[in-house]
Design a binder for this molecule. Structure first.
Ligand SMILES: Cc1cc2nc3c(=O)[nH]c(=O)nc-3n(C[C@H](O)[C@H](O)[C@H](O)COP(=O)(O)OP(=O)(O)OC[C@H]3O[C@@H](n4cnc5c(N)ncnc54)[C@H](O)[C@@H]3O)c2cc1C
Length: 562
């Protein structure tokens, strides 16, 4: 039982929904000898419309993952003797309300510092609200939990940030200077119980978690979601019991496609991918896969919610390498995680420019370039009706599960911006709504990159979606999974371009089974070379901090493999 005269520290959980490697939590425990108030607020603004195009900011897949993550955090805290206080509202209103209701002094607030403006504006509002309380509450928002490398360890100033111009500069600088990754903070082993509230010394109300329907009702997006959420055509499981945002919730989906929120599931995935399955050994050759659960790590949704710490992943990989040996694949996972860090620094440096149409190009903008905003054209892309199965299958996976492979993301983004010539932000906001792993800087900076207004040193990068379909889905298995009617077509050539089919009537019909292409993509088959080699260039990169070994195919994630 907590002593009412002793002070407490409030821990504001945000994008760090975990007990392991949690610096604000560790600091709070130290500050108040274990007397902490763990707090999470479902911020209603995150369930309203997206900034420019009014899509649901947090769609049902991510909302579901988030609820599970918060529940898991609460379960973990309960096991340690504490609990998680949960509210639905605005942190700047809910935090002071909670502090005022308690019978004990709260002297400190600890939390993770975020990067982009909505989150930092919220921090400022909380800070202002705390300043209005009768008793001083010192707020400490700390860096460090979001990135593999700590901001204080960077060999340059993010604001000046010359090495941030191009990823390769950044990576080689970090590797050549051998910048190490800090050790994770250990999870706490015991906590004190929550304090009492009010004159009657009642238990503090910890609050129920909202359910998916409640969260989706905040923005009143029922109709929009009904129109855009798709179902897996292969899953013949549970009947849909009702229409609406929850009609495609996890209980109506193929369990193989489902990822569960929370640090327990995240750590389990890490253990599985490394130690149990040893899938990390072959990551570099499988990472462009499209079907199944082991072609890539799938760490991203747990990273995006902070259920998994990136430092924990890094050190687990190092442990794995010292037991089983390092290879290009084990290195490549950390290489990809450097992209994640890189985009966080880019977001920090360029602030709201990452949300602007001309992105990082600023005044060098290309006035000739067309950026359409026509909603009915956009809907062809969003509702999987572009007429190009490699695009539509990926979009169906996204809108039926909340996930899409990296290869898929690059293709659908390129198609929307370079072939359909649409405003890239429509795609980015749609991704924000649907992706369970939505991460502001990874999403927006990748869109900038593919749209040609970001950090890509190569001008006019373009993914030909027909060619890419042949390269990465050479037998059409992926497109047929999401559009089973394409199995009626005789070969992969037609599966990638069904509108070319001129077969006998009564078999495949474009009108009945699929749709006309929304634009024309030029594709000429050139002797099938790309089928065999995957079109990869054979060039080398140097890995500075790894003994300068060279590896084949140094193309970064946004490789020249198209
Ligand atoms: C248009 C577009 C939008 C994207 N939006 C997001 C997003 O909202 N959230 C997100 O986490 N990733 C995003 N990505 C990056 C990438 O597609 C995903 O990180 C990856 O597909 C997640 O699957 P995985 O965990 O199996 O990745 P793996 O291939 O196993 O990679 C391991 C980890 O490295 C990081 N990573 C890999 N590629 C990238 C990359 N290009 N940029 C930044 N980090 C990377 C991720 O944290 C990932 O979990 C986007 C990419 C594109 C092209």
């Amino acid at each position: 039982m907590a002593d009412n005269n002793q002070s407490f520290s409030l821990v504001w959980f945000r994008g760090d929904l975990r007990l392991h490697d949690n610096e604000p939590l560790t600091m709070a425990i130290k500050q108040s000898q274990g007397r902490i108030l763990p707090f999470y607020c479902f911020d209603v603004r995150q369930f309203g419309p997206t900034y420019s195009f009014g899509f649901p900011k947090t769609g049902p897949f991510r909302a579901e993952f988030l609820i599970e993550s918060v529940q898991c955090l609460r379960d973990g805290l309960r096991k340690l003797g504490s609990d998680l206080i949960v509210r639905v509202g605005k942190p700047e209103e809910e935090i002071p309300k909670l502090i005022k209701s308690l019978n004990v002094p709260v002297t400190h607030l600890f939390g993770q510092k975020e990067i982009t403006s909505e989150e930092t504006d919220c921090e400022k509002s909380v800070h202002r609200a705390l300043g209005k309380l009768d008793k001083k509450v010192e707020s400490k928002l700390v860096w460090g939990g979001q990135t593999m490398h700590h901001i204080d360890d960077l060999p340059f100033q993010v604001e000046g940030g010359h090495p941030l111009k191009v990823f390769t500069h950044y990576r080689t600088m970090m590797e050549s200077k051998n910048i190490s990754v800090r050790q994770p903070f250990p999870s706490p082993s015991k906590l004190q119980s929550l304090p009492k509230t009010g004159k009657e010394d009642r238990e503090v109300s910890v609050g129920d978690l909202p359910d998916l329907d409640q969260l989706m009702a905040i923005g009143n997006f029922g109709k929009w979601l009904q129109d855009h959420v798709q179902r897996d055509p292969n899953y013949k499981g549970d009947e849909i019991v009702k229409e609406g945002p929850t009609s495609n919730s996890k209980k109506h989906r193929d369990p193989a496609q489902v990822m569960t929120g929370g640090e327990v599931a995240g750590l389990k995935r890490l253990h599985f991918y490394l130690w149990e399955g040893r899938h990390i050994d072959t990551y570099k050759s499988t990472r462009n896969g499209l079907l199944g659960s082991t072609y890539a790590t799938k760490f991203s949704p747990w990273l995006a919610t902070g259920c998994l710490s990136v430092r924990q992943i890094y050190h687990e990989i190092k442990k794995y390498e010292s037991k089983h040996g390092a290879n290009d694949s084990t290195y490549w996972v950390t290489f990809e995680l450097m992209w994640r860090d890189y985009f966080k620094w880019v977001g920090l440096k360029h602030k709201n420019d990452i949300f602007k149409l001309y992105g990082l190009k600023g005044e060098k903008k290309d006035e000739q370039r067309e950026w359409k905003k026509d909603v009915s054209t956009f809907e062809m892309w969003a509702r999987c009706k572009t007429g190009y199965p490699f695009v539509d299958a990926n979009m169906r996976e996204l809108t039926a599960t909340g996930h899409m492979s990296n290869r898929g993301r690059q293709n659908v983004a390129s198609f929307l911006t370079k072939d359909m010539k649409m405003d890239w932000r429509m795609g980015a906001e749609f991704f924000e709504s649907f992706l369970i792993d939505h991460d502001v800087t990874s999403n927006y900076c990748n869109w900038l990159y593919v749209a040609g207004v970001g950090n890509d040193p190569k001008e006019n990068r373009y993914f030909n979606v027909v060619k890419q379909g042949h390269m990465y889905d050479s037998k059409g298995e992926y497109v047929c999974y999401w559009f089973p009617q394409l199995k009626k077509l005789p070969d992969a050539d037609h599966m990638m371009q069904p509108f070319l089919y001129k077969g006998p009537e009564g078999t495949f019909s474009l009108d009945r089974d699929y749709c006309e292409p929304v634009v024309k993509v030029n594709f000429k088959k050139e002797g099938g070379d790309h089928h065999r080699s995957h079109g990869k260039k054979d060039f080398k990169i140097k890995r500075g901090g790894h003994g300068g070994r060279t590896v084949r195919d140094g193309a970064p994630q946004h490789s020249s493999t198209h």
